[in-house]
Design a binder for this molecule. Structure first.
Ligand code: ADP
Length: 376
């Protein structure tokens, strides 16, 4: 039995998954943390990768898939890694200073440990490279935008792609004829309008900061707020810290974990109650906007930690959208199933679905497809 290995490398972590290359069943998975720190799981990424590989079952690995956060405008598909491609990914670090250098560390460690196996980069941004210019262009001076690669790229692409395809399968309809809004609601959160399998608009932008209210990120705000705070003395690092690490649910309610926010709101905490209102209002606004962008709507899909697990928040996010044909059946929505399922009434115009995402599985599948294609 042969296997495909999936690597998601952070600056001090390596998350890995091993799949059977023919059935795509999971064989093994795990996480190394605090790499390079005293008492951490490994001294560096190279040592960590060797330890992981030594711990795996003996199934020969035929390909390695790497999650890469930012592919810029350069990468719109899974790409076989060469030294030149790794340099290009590294060069995109200006757009994703926290993520791409960490991804490159994992790529280097895995290529050193498995030099004779094809390695493939699968980009979080790739699925959104189909966005039309009207959706990806920010209305700023075009020369400035060009000089600094300022445009909407979008993220969570692997999840949005996987989930929109699974939605078509669940509805037993061709992907090519479905207009779908995918709501990926986890710690990070994004909404994508998918028309016939192609991403046509998405809420995250140049960076994963734009759009929905997240665990610690603000999502949308008036860019004038940054100018206002800069004039009040906030420098770049302070603004970065405020918007990426101290905003969203944490900023509004003092808690980043949605379960804690819900518990606090249920206990009468007014800040937590407002946080839930802002969170749901933002989602509802995007659903309306994307229904307009798509010019119709067949399905809405909930996925990721909050989207898969919280019926009350799903119902709240879509409350008041009956005029669009959107409604949620309380019994179907409340079921504790962990399977992909429909939660709208059978006769509703728009199918509302819950579909567990699986980014690692999708990376494995795309990696094998890329290797198969390249091998002729
Ligand atoms: P990440 O973006 O880190 O991959 P996940 O997709 O795992 O995140 O989602 C994590 C979020 O999901 C957390 O805010 C967590 O509180 C939330 N979550 C998980 N289960 C529930 C639940 N039953 N109700 C509300 N929130 C939940």
């Amino acid at each position: 039995m042969t296997a495909v290995f999936v690597v998601n490398s952070g600056s001090s972590s390596i998350k890995y998954d091993l799949f059977d290359a023919s059935t795509l069943e999971s064989i093994a998975s795990g996480l190394l943390e605090r790499i390079g720190e005293p008492g951490g799981d490994a001294a560096d990424h190279t040592a960590g990768m060797r330890a992981v590989l030594a711990s795996l079952p003996d199934d020969p690995i035929v390909a390695v898939g790497h999650r890469v956060v930012h592919g810029g405008s350069r990468f719109s598909a899974p790409t076989l890694l060469t030294d030149e491609i790794v340099d290009e990914i590294d060069a995109l670090s200006a757009l994703a200073p926290l993520h791409n250098p960490a991804n490159v560390l994992g790529i280097a460690a895995a290529r050193a440990a498995m030099p004779d196996v094809p390695h493939v980069a699968v980009f979080d941004t790739a699925f959104h490279q189909t966005l039309p210019p009207a959706a990806y262009t920010y209305a700023i001076d075009r020369e400035v935008a060009r000089a600094h690669d300022v445009r909407r790229y979008g993220f969570h692409g692997t999840s949005h792609e996987y989930v929109s395809r699974e939605a078509a399968a669940l509805l037993d309809r061709p992907l090519g004829e479905l207009k779908t809004i995918v709501l990926h609601l986890g710690n990070g959160a994004s909404a994508t309008a998918v028309d016939g399998g192609r991403s046509v608009d998405t809420s995250m932008g140049l960076t994963p900061l734009e759009g929905l209210v997240m665990g610690t990120r603000s999502g949308d705000l008036d860019p004038g707020i940054l100018l206002h705070l800069a004039r009040a003395g906030y420098d770049t690092d302070a603004l970065d810290e405020l918007l990426n690490r101290r905003s969203g649910l944490l900023g509004l309610a003092g808690r980043r974990d949605m379960r804690d926010v819900v518990t606090a709101a249920d206990g009468g905490d007014q800040d937590a109650a407002l946080a839930l209102d802002v969170w749901a209002h933002r989602i509802r606004k995007y659903v309306g906007a994307y229904a307009a962008v798509l010019g119709g709507l067949d399905a809405i899909v909930f996925t990721a930690g909050i989207g898969e697990n919280n019926p009350a928040l799903r119902a709240r996010a879509l409350a008041g959208l009956e005029f669009l044909g959107v409604s949620v059946d309380p019994v179907l929505n409340g079921s504790a199933s962990r399977e992909a399922r429909r939660i709208s009434p059978p006769d509703a115009a728009v199918a509302v679905l819950v579909i567990p995402t699986d980014e690692e599985l999708e990376i494995a599948r795309q990696t094998l497809a890329a290797v198969g294609t390249l091998g002729g």
